[in-house]
Each structure stands twice: as C-alpha cells, then as structure tokens.
Design a protein around this ligand. Structure first.
Ligand code: ANZ
Ligand code: ZN
Length: 834
C-alpha cells in the first residue's frame, strides 16, 4: 500500500504552480470575475495558526471558483508599517526596515509552504515607496478636494519618552513603556473628513446583505446617528447654555443641567472659583473614552448658577459641572432626567436631586420613583402637563414642534462619528506630503516630487520622533515661494495604508495609484475574510476611502467589500506549573497519564482553552507542523471540526486525524480498478456530494464540506469493486482539490490526466441522481415512534399501511387487537391508533 509523501509532493507542486504562474489573475479575461481577499497580514515575525486558518479559507474558495470557470483574483501583501517595528528597533537595535523586510521574507516562505493559490505577482508591502508614494498622491487628491484639514487636537503625551501615545498605550493613566503619568497636550494634527460621509456610510450598510448582521450593527453604532432636540436654557447669570437631547419627551422630568468639565462656561467659572478649578482638574485625570465615563463614579460640582425650565421659567434647575458629560458630543451640555437615564439616576442619588417619573411603564403613574434603576423603556407620558397620555414618539415630536414654534430650539441630528485623525508622531509610516512655509502655510509637495521617501539613517537611541530630530530631512525649500521651509514630520496612521491596498491589488503594477478601468472591473471584492477585531475601524476607513475616491471621480465604486466573513479564532489548552507560570505545549510531557514539566517532572495543571497567544504560551507554530504532516493535513484540519465563524481548538489528535484522512484518501487509489458493474447508491451519494460540497464551499461552510467528503470516503471504502466505485474515486479527488491541492495534483498526475487539477473543471452533477427514490417512513403507535423503515418513494397508502401493520414492533404493541385507526402521510409516516 502506497503512502502519500507530502514532503516531496508539496514542494514539487508548489514549484510547478509558481513556474507556470497558475494563479495569476488575468486583467483582460472574458470569464466571469471573482475577487477573493483575506485581510493582509502584519509582518510581525512568523505566521501563526490564525493566519493559516484565514488564508486556507480564502484559498479553498479561490480554487473552487477557478474550477467553476471563474477568473479569480487572490492576491497577498503586507501591512508593513507600524509601532512594533519601532519597538524592535529600540529593543534589538535593528532598523525598522530591515526588521520588517526580514519578517516578510520569513512569512512569505511560510505562506508558500501552505500551497496557497495566490497571485504573487501583485505582492505589495505598504512600507515600500512604490506603495506609499501612491498613497501620498491620493492624500493630496483628497487635500485638493477639501477632504483633508489640519486642526489642533489633544493627544496623550508621555513626558519621559517624549512621545505621543495611542489610547491603547495608556494604561491606567500611565505610559505603557515609561510608566510616567500621561499628560494631555494640544498638537496640530491632520484629519480626514469622514464625517462628511456619515450619511452615506450609514445608508450604504443596508446594501451589504452579504455581511454579518453583527458587523453592520457595530458600524451603525460607531457612526451613531442620534435624532433629537437642541435648545437653549436661560441662565440666572444672564447667559445661556445649549443642550442636546434624544429624549425631549422627558423634559418635565428634568432635575438638573450638566455641563462638561471643559465647557466654556465651566472654564469661565474656574477662572474665579478655585473649587471649580480643582474639580475640573480632577475630571481630567480620569479616562475620557465613552466606555471609561460609563463606568466611573458620577461626580459633579454645583456652580450655583440656575437654569430656567423652558416651559416654566419659574422652575429653576441647578447647573452642575459633571464628569460624565463629554465636551465633544452634542453640545457638551445636557439636562438630566434621573428617572429615565441611568447616569442621571446615579448622579441624582449622589447629590439628592429629585427623581420624577414622567414615562409610565404599565400602571405606575405617580411622580414618586422608587425603582432601583432608571426606566428607559417605552410607555405613556405622565406628570407632564400637555404631554400627558402621549406615547414617547408623539411626545418627542410635540416638544420639538413647540420648541421650534417658540424659537428656542430645533430638531437636529448628531453623530457619534468624528473626523479621522491620521497624524502619527512616528518614524515608521507614510510621510505626510506637506511642507510648512512661514509665508505660504501648509503647501502640498508637488506630485512630480513624490514619493517623499523616509530617510534610512535614523536613530532610536533617544525618545521622540526620529524624523523630527533628523539633521537634514525636514529642511527643504517651500515648493511655492522657494524660501527655506520645514517638511511635515508626522506620518500617516497605518489604517490609511490598509484603506486602499485592495484597490492597488486590483489594478496590478501601475505608475499611478491604480488603473481606474481595471480596478473597476475587479471591484468590489466579492469575498473578504478576516478577523472580527477589524469589524469597526478598518472596514469603516476602507469604506470611507472608497467613497471619497468616488466623490472626487477617481474610482466609480461605492462599497469595496460586497461579501464579508469574519472567522473565529484558533484556541488551545493552556498549562500552568505548580508555581503559577504559563507553560508552552513543548514544555510538558505526559507521564503515567499525568502531565508534568519535561524539565524536572513537576506536575502541571491544565487550564482553560483560550485563544492562542504568546502571553499564555499556548501557541503552536505552524511551520514544524507543516514539516511533520504536510500542508494538506494542516489545511484539512483547520477547515474541519468547527464552523468557520466559531473558534477552532487546535489539538494533536485533530491534526493526526487529518493526516490519517489524507492517507486514506490516497489509498483509495489502490482500489481504482475498472469493473463493469454499477453501484446505484454509491452513484447517488457521489452526486449528492458533488452538489453538496459546492453549496458548502460557496457558503463558506467548510466544515460541512469536509464532513461530506468523509462520508463519501467511508462509503467508497465499504463499496465492492464497480465502475461506480472507480468513478467515485476519480471524482472525489476533484472535490477535495480545493482543500488538499497537493495530494489532488499528485493523484491527478498518477491517473494520467493532462494539465493541472487546479485548472480542471468542477465535476458535473447528474440531476437525476439527486432525486431520492427511497424514503424513510416513521412508524408510530399512538403518536410515539416505534420504528423506521425504508419504502419506495411515492408508495401507495395501502401498501404503507400493510407494511406498518406487519411490523414486529407494531404487532407487539397491538397484542393481536385490531387498530382503532391508521393515519398515513405518504413518504413520511404511518401512525397507528391502538
Ligand atoms: C435628556 C435625557 C433624558 C436623555 C433621558 C437621555 C434619557 P445618544 O443616544 O448616545 O445620542 N447626552 C447628550 N450630550 C451628551 C454629552 N456631551 N455627554 C454625555 N451625555 C450626553 O445619547 C443622547 C443622550 O445622551 C441625550 O439625551 C443626553 O441625555 C445625553 F431620559 O437628554 B438625554
Ligand atoms: Zn512658501
């Protein structure tokens, strides 16, 4: 019995695919197109199992669609700018460029060993000038069209490392590296006008019917459209404060006005009131993200100013500076309704403010509100004068109408979405192609001078931005007036790089950012596959970038990703030593059925199954696994077992099982003998499998396709020699080819077929064989299942009844008595009433 030798087969076929450019996409093919894309990797060092799973999924779809006669674009590249390269530079004294390029070389070789059907001719790395130079050109296009601007905004400043920190680098108010208390600092930064597209980006979601609902919902919440009322309260100090509310219906339940700590009114008060100033300073210490504000204790400072209720000027509300009011949302001021808003409820409890019910849930109508938390549900207005009896929606409309009629407010929409700040005070990113001139201001670098290339000779020995302290790089002449000027030293957020790479892929090499006509032919991406961690920002930015290009006439595509799939993670058991250290799978052995450390033999406890991560040491490096079992077994395993949207647990048993299956598939060839006879049930199973696997792959339900192939292999192994069996063996190779491509090529060649199986057509289904001519009939007595039997499809009622009455189980139940009644549902069941 022969054995499939993956080691030689993998390398041999990978070489042939590469030499023949088998997977090069054709920009001018008459075939129907399909663009399959997995989110491109960050070159962190080595491929991990999550990559293997992600890229294998896209690969199966690619190979399948090619077999269906499609012209498939399936490219690969590198999201190569970003912080880790600079960290490596600081820690290991290597240049970010060489660190990144070495990682790319390693990971490229690792990906190639998986036998991925990729068009490597389109490979790109965002850190190379022939990519980021085009990005600079696109940035300038947006600039010319007024979609880029500069404004002062606050950053997290690490005073020790002298660097700006991203929000996730601030841990409990301190810099993640230095541990210094982070300060807020105002800097001039570049912004992209994504808010100009808020409506479009929201409305566009409804066209994305091949996206997971949860991702669309996350995008919707992020964009955060709120409709409500904006109006002014008159203040006892003679001034006014404007508030925004989504619940104007609750106006008679208000018991205070809250303003943000950095609201101009608050700042004004602080000038003369040291207590107010101290409170404001205290507010700034805490986090400022919405999530942090949600969980913080609600604190306020009574300004002793009072606000007049708009419907009853004699009714005065205290004005508080409150830590849960954000300056950059709505108007930076609110009116608080403790009975119907949880934050206001907590605040009122703390400061002894009235809690008045104005929306009744069911029979509770008294103004006294004794619940344990705010009531935010639907209901009827009570204790609210002219609003009494209206439902929430009608009451909102009524208040807005009165405010507009009275001229003190108006119905408005506010958005949670903010413009996209793209400035990063970093070296390893795309230089922003702007020159600052004292006379001319911010001047775009002329396009013919692009790319603005990063200088190579930089040092990371001292903190701060190496571009800023480079001796010569930033000193240039103004492109407009020729006087000495200064280059922008901020680089672009790496999310900009990933906002258009799929467009560049689609037009092949070009001296422009992309070829409009060619890119439009490929786009949108038909199937995008990646991690759910990119469900919000990356997808939103890429959608924005695409729409911005459309608006300025560069690319006529509205939505970049027609289909989206978010795959689950790869998990693994975790292990801990007796003294609480995480242990890697390689550091433990099984001895006498218990797990011990292989160094010393101390007992090991098995922890939870968790996402593979370096910190928990439960990662499994794919490369040695590929060495040992071959690419096909690894591919097979990551596709099997779990639905692709769920987590997949990596186990030794699992990969061994996959390897054994690959060998079983190969051994079928020993049975490839030609007999004349036919085997109808096997024919039928084969054709059901052809049809079923196709549906499963198209639906990205790879585990189901795998299960069907398992069943078919089982049936073939059990079948007697026949022409049907030989045909099933030849066909199953085609069906498995997208998943186990190396074995499939090897078998294809062994069968003496011409050409590559990668180019072979998907087998035809014989529809006649899909129709079952046998059905399973349930035999019931008094409605309880007693047996199941096979019967010819469409059998007569009388025949089914006779068969049921002759059934031994039924006879036993009847005990010789005649049945009271027999109910027959053709092709389904016979129920005997005893
Ligand atoms: C009165 C009210 C009564 C409110 C009630 C809610 C419930 P969304 O849906 O997220 O847009 N708000 C407005 N501006 C704010 C700011 N800058 N910082 C903190 N909170 C702010 O939320 C809108 C609601 O959040 C607004 O409606 C306002 O409180 C509050 F029973 O006004 B509401
Ligand atoms: Zn100038």
């Amino acid at each position: 019995v022969s054995r499939f030798n993956a080691l030689t087969a993998d390398a041999a076929w990978q070489k042939i695919w590469e030499e023949r450019q088998t997977f090069a996409a054709d920009d001018h093919s008459p075939k129907p197109k399909s663009y399959v894309l997995e989110m491109f990797p960050y070159p962190s060092g080595r491929i991990h199992m999550g990559h293997v799973r992600n890229y294998t999924m896209g690969d199966v779809l690619t190979r399948y669609r090619r077999m269906r006669g499609m012209n498939v674009l399936h490219p690969m590249g590198w999201d190569a700018f970003g912080m880790p390269a600079e960290n490596a530079a600081m820690e290991k004294k290597v240049h970010p460029g060489s660190w990144t390029r070495e990682n790319i070389a390693t990971m490229r070789a690792q990906l190639k060993r998986l036998g991925l059907a990729l068009d490597w001719s389109r490979e790109l790395a965002t850190c190379e000038p022939d990519y980021y130079g085009h990005e600079q050109a696109l940035f300038l296009d947006l600039f010319e069209h007024g979609l880029v601007y500069r404004k002062e905004s606050t950053v997290n400043w690490d005073p020790v490392d002298m660097t700006v920190l991203a929000n996730e680098q601030v841990i409990d108010g301190r810099g993640w590296r230095s541990g210094a208390l982070v300060e807020k600092k105002k800097l001039n930064q570049w912004f992209l006008k994504i808010t100009d597209f808020a409506d479009e980006l929201l409305d566009g979601l409804s066209t994305l019917d091949k996206w997971p609902d949860k991702v669309r919902l996350m995008q919707e919440n992020w964009i955060g459209k709120s409709e409500g009322l904006q109006f002014r309260f008159k203040l006892t100090n003679g001034g006014e404060v404007e508030v925004f509310t989504t619940r104007p219906d609750t106006i008679f339940g208000s018991s205070f006005v809250g303003i943000a700590a950095d609201h101009p009114i608050a700042r004004k008060i602080a000038e003369t009131n040291p207590d107010a100033a101290a409170f404001i300073a205290q507010c700034k210490l805490g986090g400022t993200t919405a999530a942090e504000l949600e969980t913080q204790e609600k604190l306020g400072f009574d300004t002793s100013i009072r606000a007049a209720h708009p419907f009853d000027p004699a009714w005065e509300l205290p004005v508080y500076i409150a830590n849960f009011v954000l300056m950059d949302y709505g108007t930076g001021a609110v009116f608080g309704v403790p009975a119907h808003d949880q934050r206001d409820f907590e605040f009122a409890r703390k400061y002894g403010l009235p809690i008045r019910r104005v929306v009744s849930d069911g029979d509770k109508i008294a103004p006294e509100f004794a619940e344990a938390e705010a009531y935010t549900g639907p209901g009827t207005l009570v204790n609210s004068h002219f609003l009494d009896g209206l439902d929430v929606a009608d009451a909102k409309r009524e208040v807005i109408q009165r405010a507009e009629a009275g001229g003190w407010g108006k119905g408005t929409t506010v958005w949670r979405l903010r413009d996209w700040g793209v400035s990063r005070q970093r070296y390893w990113g795309t230089p922003i192609p702007i020159v600052h001139c004292e006379v001319c201001g911010a001047v775009p670098v002329p396009k013919k001078q692009l790319p603005v290339v990063l200088p190579e000779d930089v040092s990371f020995d001292i903190p701060g931005n190496p571009l800023d302290r480079h001796p010569t790089w930033k000193h240039v002449d103004c492109p407009q007036c020729g006087k000495p000027a200064r280059r922008e030293t901020d680089t672009l957020d790496t999310f900009v790089d990933s906002s258009w790479y799929f467009i560049r892929f689609a037009s092949g090499p070009s001296d422009k950012p992309f070829d409009k006509a060619v890119a439009e032919q490929w786009l949108p991406v038909n199937q995008y596959i990646g991690g759910v961690e990119h469900a919000i920002l990356h997808l939103l930015y890429a959608r924005f970038w695409t729409r911005a290009l459309k608006r300025i006439g560069k690319l006529d595509v509205a939505e970049p990703f027609a289909g989206l799939f978010t795959q689950g993670m790869v998990t693994h058991e975790t292990y801990k030593s007796a003294d609480g250290r995480w242990l890697s799978p390689g550091e433990i052995v099984r001895r006498d059925d218990i797990l011990v450390e292989n160094d010393g033999g101390a007992p090991v406890t098995v922890g939870r199954i968790e996402k593979m991560s370096k910190s928990k040491k439960n990662t499994v490096d794919p490369e040695p696994i590929v060495d040992q079992y071959g690419a096909d077994a690894v591919r097979w395993f990551v596709l099997s077992d779990s639905p692709p949207e769920r987590d997949l647990e990596w186990t030794e048993n699992g990969i061994e099982g996959a390897w054994r299956f690959v060998q079983r598939l190969w051994r079928l060839f020993d049975q490839l003998d030609a007999w004349e006879s036919e085997d109808k049930p096997l024919d039928r199973l084969l054709h059901q499998t052809i049809a079923g696997v196709a549906v499963d792959i198209e639906g990205l339900q790879f585990n189901k396709a795998v299960a069907k192939l398992y069943s078919l292999v089982n049936a073939i192994e059990k079948a007697k020699p026949s022409a049907s069996r030989a045909s099933a063996i030849r066909t199953i190779i085609l069906l498995a080819a997208p998943m186990t491509p190396h074995l499939a090529e090897e078998a294809w060649a062994a069968m003496g077929q011409d050409g590559l199986i990668a180019d072979a057509p998907w087998p035809q289904v014989d529809p006649a064989l899909l129709v079952e001519d046998e059905v399973t009939i349930a035999i019931q007595v008094n409605g309880k299942l007693r047996d199941t039997v096979k019967a010819a499809k469409g059998a007569a009622k009388a025949d089914l009844e006779a068969m049921a009455l002759a059934n031994p189980n039924v006879q036993r139940m009847l005990g010789g008595a005649a049945p009271k009644k027999v109910i027959v549902v053709p092709d389904r069941l016979v129920n005997i009433v005893a």
